[in-house]
Design a protein around this ligand. Structure first.
Ligand code: IDP
Ligand code: MG
Length: 138
């Protein structure tokens, strides 16, 4: 079993898509084992997106991800990292096939609705930014 971090980004929360997104994971057979609504501080956002510090889109990404409440969840299941990434679709929604979350609900990279960890190690690192050990119920 694997754990992965999923964020419903501010645009997803504002548009009322949290329930829909959680439902998709649950119907697939993945479990929600951690869940919270929060506004990220700039420090947390920078930690979360540390691999992108200095990139041309970084400042806007930081502004976007801290601009309103997000839903953070730990999703658990067999190959959860890979399955969640497949269900999300590619980073650029323009290339995201219908049936994926980004392919169904997003049109731009700047507002692509969801985050999902890209590997087991990043999942472990990212989950710690959002959740204490006793907030994850595996
Ligand atoms: P991911 O969310 O699919 O893992 P990453 O490459 O890790 O994609 O990028 C993190 C986030 O930064 C993306 O989800 C997207 O919102 C934003 N982003 C990535 N590349 C670009 C870009 O070239 N222009 C604008 N925003 C970008
Ligand atoms: Mg990423």
């Amino acid at each position: 079993m694997e754990n992965t971090l999923v964020l419903v980004k501010p645009d997803g929360v504002e548009r009322g898509l949290c329930g829909e997104i959680i439902t998709r994971f649950e119907k697939r057979g993945l479990r929600v084992v951690g869940l919270k609504l929060l506004i990220l501080s700039s420090e947390q956002a920078e930690r979360h997106y540390q691999e992108h510090v200095g990139k041309p889109f970084f400042e806007r990404l930081l502004y976007y991800i801290t601009s309103g409440p997000i839903v953070a969840m730990v999703i658990r299941g067999n190959e959860a990292v890979k399955i969640v990434r497949t269900m999300m679709g590619p980073t650029n929604p323009v290339n995201a096939p219908p049936g994926t979350i980004r392919g169904d609900y997003a049109t731009t990279m700047e507002r692509n609705i969801v985050h999902g960890s890209d590997g087991i190690e990043s999942a472990e690192r990212e989950i710690k930014i959002f959740f204490e050990q006793n907030e994850v119920f595996i």
